[in-house]
Write a protein that binds this ligand. Sequence first.
Ligand SMILES: [Zn+2]
Length: 232
Amino acid sequence: MASPMSTAAFLAALKAEGVKVVERPGWKTHNRAGHGAWGPVNGVMMHHTGPYSTESAMVTLCWNGYSGLPGPLCHGVVDRAGTIHLIGYGRANHAGLGDDDVLNAVIDETKLPVDDDSNTDGNARFYGFEAINKGDGQAWPEAQIEAMVRVSAALCRAHGWSDESVIGHKEWQPGKPDPAGVDMTKFRARVAERLKHPASWKPTPSTPAPAKTVEQRLSDLEAAVKKLEAAK
Ligand SMILES: [Zn+2]
């Protein structure tokens, strides 16, 4: 359990973790104050936006919200190039009602139970990030996933939380699919790995297979020619 960070500390934590941010003017005071609590905070929640026309239109939609669900719809929108657009701070309409057993597991940083209740206000308890993805099987660019990992690690590091304080909306509220296509267990493992290193850590991309030698290429070619000859 923790008090939410100040906007200055939040911004500093993101930047220290190497997160590329765009500050939409007014984000620091754009929130749903007066419509419920903000804090104590216990974790970080990841989402996908769903269908969009353009990425900038989606950032604007997350700022404004829509009839029945006023914005901000999260604290930051993670675009497909891995930049995070800061659009709100304080209470935001992203998590909705979720499972108290899940919240308790997040607080205890233990294995998550199945989310089968909608009895707890998540907007008070979680930092929230909407990643731009159609949610229809659309691929996730590595730069975008890396930004999601980094922002999660930044907030966990600042609060002294482990990776088990990071969940997907689909693990919070029954019926929610987001972030679709993101294996949250693997995602948390990446956050855990980051937390073993300083905030400035730049992971080296996985080593590509060693290049073939000229001799290997020649023998591959010869084998292919033989195959062709045999097929004649
Ligand atoms: Zn969501």
